[in-house]
Write a protein of this length. Structure first.
Length: 401
């Protein structure tokens, strides 16, 4: 069916616009009237030249998922059917990729599939956690409540991830600028000084010789350096995608001097909040641990959670196998043990997640405070030392003359 772009005014007098897939302009008008929107302009949407190329289509962001989930929950709470909700949300969706996905899910529901079964066909957008919680909501008749919890969970996880990425943005930029400046000076600036120094007839200071030799090596082997760097990156990524590579890399991520502690705190916050959300939604702890393990994002954490799940199936508590794994801090183990004994594990997990969210924020603030001036000093010392090394021979020009 063709797409139409429209402009109109809703029942509150607010101007709205959007894009709808329909058979004709009359069908668009009918859809808008059902949404209590008076159209002022309807016309065929311009054709997308890249519509048939999948990798050029826009991706579905976490923000898209969060907004969809909250709107979906509100509409279900208002008494609308699943199909009607999906049709309305799909018609208002500006992202063509997400619009197509919602249309396919709506078609699955119309043909008799459950909502969770339709969502499972799109794992890149809706992970195991999302699909299983929706399934639990469908079985328990509390889908609107589950969707609200899901939206809150995704928001908190996205905020945590965004906080860490934001903290690393400036140091990364400083490091990239330093590498670019250093490469530029080694390629274009130092050779000029080297030609000038070669006619002096005297030995150069050791720092100057070091940088001149480095420049000569860099220029003479630039092609090989680029090739070797590319091969190294390719082999590293291949190794990282193997089972052994994932174990080595994820263990390293938990053992790094500064970043390891931050990664561990993020993993604890993710594990406790995910499991708490699933248990509060009626998902059995065995299923909750399995899904939490699959969405952990770290092989070491995943193995420890699966071992814990196996231990529970043998009649053990959740705290003991978590302690034996050596991955989780002792405070987390003790709080989980207290929650088990008190019969309030779900509440205790939520409190642990809140605590570690704050711990991650504090760690990120401390890391940002320490790393920004450190990177600035490193860049200043590197570039400044290079310039001083280049100008040292200038002080001997008078003696040589």
């Amino acid at each position: 069916m063709p797409f139409f772009v429209w402009k109109g005014v809703n029942y509150k007098g607010v101007k709205r616009k959007g894009k709808i897939e329909a058979d004709s302009e009359q069908a668009v008008t009918a859809q808008l009237k059902r949404l209590r929107i008076t159209p002022t302009q309807i016309k065929p949407a311009p054709k997308d030249l890249f519509a048939g190329i999948p990798f050029l289509q826009p991706k579905v962001s976490r923000k898209d998922i969060i907004v969809f989930t909250r709107q979906f929950s509100t509409m279900i709470d208002a008494g609308l059917t699943l199909v009607k909700c999906l049709e309305i949300l799909g018609s208002q969706q500006p992202n063509p990729t997400f619009k197509r996905i919602l249309k396919e899910i709506s078609g699955d529901v119309v043909t008799g599939a459950t909502l969770s079964e339709g969502l499972k066909k799109h794992p890149k957008q809706f992970d195991d956690l999302y699909c299983n919680l929706v399934a639990a909501g469908e079985e328990g008749g509390i889908l609107d409540v589950i969707l609200q919890r899901l939206a809150t969970h995704i928001e908190k996880a996205a905020r945590l991830r965004s906080r860490v990425k934001g903290a690393m943005m400036l140091p990364s930029i400083i490091f990239i600028v330093f590498i670019v400046v250093l490469a530029f000076m080694l390629t274009f600036v130092i050779p000029v000084f080297a030609d000038m120094f070669s006619g002096m007839g005297a030995s150069l200071p050791a720092p100057t010789r070091f940088f001149v030799n480095m420049s000569s090596f860099f220029k003479g082997n630039l092609v090989y350096i680029v090739i070797c760097t590319g091969v190294f990156i390719y082999l590293f990524r291949r190794f990282k995608n193997t089972e052994r590579g994932k174990v080595v890399w994820d263990r390293l991520m938990l053992q790094l001097p500064i970043f390891g502690d931050l990664n561990r705190k993020m993993a604890v916050a993710h594990f406790t909040r995910t499991l708490s959300t699933m248990m509060s939604s009626g998902v059995p702890i065995m299923d909750g641990l399995e899904i939490t393990a699959r969405t952990a994002g770290n092989v070491i954490i995943e193995e420890s959670l699966m071992d814990t799940r196996n231990a529970i199936s043998e009649g053990r508590s959740i705290a003991d196998p978590l302690e034996e794994s050596g991955v989780f801090p002792s405070m987390v183990i003790q709080m989980i043990s207290v929650g088990e004994e008190a019969g309030a594990l779900e509440t205790m997990l939520s409190k642990i997640a809140d605590f570690y969210d704050e711990e991650v924020d504090a760690a990120v603030d401390a890391l940002t405070t320490a790393i920004e001036p450190l990177m600035t000093v490193i860049m200043g010392v590197g570039v400044g030392g290079l310039m001083i090394a280049m100008y040292l021979p200038m002080f001997k020009i008078g003696d040589l003359v």
